[in-house]
Design a binder for this molecule. Structure first.
Ligand code: ADP
Ligand code: MG
Length: 319
């Protein structure tokens, strides 16, 4: 199968909202009046971001999910995406599975594939997503204010548990392995929550490299610090009740686990009821775990409000 047959068979569909999709030198999109485009890219490299053993269907899902997660963090709705693939060979079983996972998630969010690039090489998947958001309403990292509450969606740390099991560093029951593995391999982009937080959250980011690091990006951009109440954060590790881990280890998984693809966001303390309503409207669990303060960096606090020392770090490819 040649390059163009491959694209035609697995990655072409008639354009829907796009003016022109796959097949020409450029795709064409008509901007919607009153909206701004939100654009983001994420690359997945074998051995770095995924294990060679992962099922192609799940990989197709995850490659798009991690990109949609960035749109969610901006409060944007998905419109279209570009797919750039380096493949060692044209393996039809792999392509069928990968495209199946990709199309399923794309259809869930009405996000159409409008083009890309395909070359031979070590397996590498790069996606660029394009979304839109009403002009001026994108959620940025730079808007957190002193006194705001800090929230996270969903659960944190479970994906990391699965990774540690794969690495041979932890052992868990079969059922815990299945549930944590699905958190690692099938993240849920929080698009509906991002949309519900427009005009309400003062800042937001998605949690890809670990909560502390991604909250740290918000704090730096907003030039503020944060207090995190560990007693409020501990319940976020969904599998905790099935494991026998010291609290410090649970906290490490929650605060610097990575691969969660949840949202961390801030909102004014007087808007708590509206944040609860946004969670309900988007069918997304939300937990308040701290507050923005003056200064810089994250201070962890114990149940008595006392500062706690810690050395948790988030993932950095070059650290
Ligand atoms: P060019 O040589 O002009 O860069 P290509 O030959 O790379 O064009 O691609 C031909 C068409 O197929 C283009 O419309 C391109 O966007 C699309 N395409 C290439 N690879 C992919 C892919 N992996 N997924 C979707 N569309 C793709
Ligand atoms: Mg090309």
């Amino acid at each position: 199968m040649g390059e163009f047959d491959l694209i035609k068979r697995y990655f072409s569909r008639p354009a829907r909202r796009a003016v022109l999709g796959v097949g020409d030198d450029c795709a064409l999109l008509a901007p919607t009046p009153g909206m701004q485009l939100a654009v983001s890219s994420d690359m997945l490299v074998e051995g770095r971001h995924f294990l060679s053993t992962v099922s192609p269907v799940l990989l197709g899902h995850k490659a798009l999910a991690v990109n949609l997660s960035d749109l969610a963090a901006c409060g944007a709705e998905p419109r279209a995406f570009m797919l750039s693939l380096a493949l060692p060979r044209a393996d039809e079983a792999w392509l069928a599975g990968f495209s199946q996972g990709l199309w399923a998630l794309a259809d869930t969010f009405g996000c159409e594939l409008i083009g890309g690039d395909t070359t031979q090489g070590p397996l590498n998947i790069s996606i660029t997503v394009i979304g839109d958001v009403p002009t001026g309403q994108a959620l940025l990292r730079s808007g957190a204010q002193v006194g705001d509450d800090i929230y996270v969606s969903g659960t944190l740390g479970d994906a990391r548990v699965a990774l540690e099991v794969f690495r041979g560093n932890m052992s868990v029951s079969e059922s815990v392995f299945l549930s944590t593995r699905s958190r690692m391999e099938q993240p849920t982009p929080r698009i509906d929550l991002g949309v519900a937080l427009r005009g309400l959250a003062t800042s937001a980011a998605d949690i890809s490299d670990g909560f502390l690091g991604d909250l740290g990006h918000i704090l730096q951009a907003s030039q503020v610090g944060a207090d995190i109440e560990t007693a409020l954060a501990l319940p976020l590790l969904a599998c905790a009740s099935h494991l026998h881990l010291p609290q410090a280890r649970q906290l490490e998984l929650i605060l610097s686990g990575g691969d969660d693809y949840e949202l961390v966001f801030t909102a004014p303390a007087q808007c708590r009821a509206q944040v609860v309503a946004a969670g309900l409207a988007s069918h997304t669990p939300i937990t308040r775990i701290g507050a923005v303060r003056e200064g810089q960096g994250v201070q962890l606090r114990d149940a008595a409000g006392q500062p706690m020392a810690h050395q948790f770090k988030s993932f950095d490819h070059f650290a």
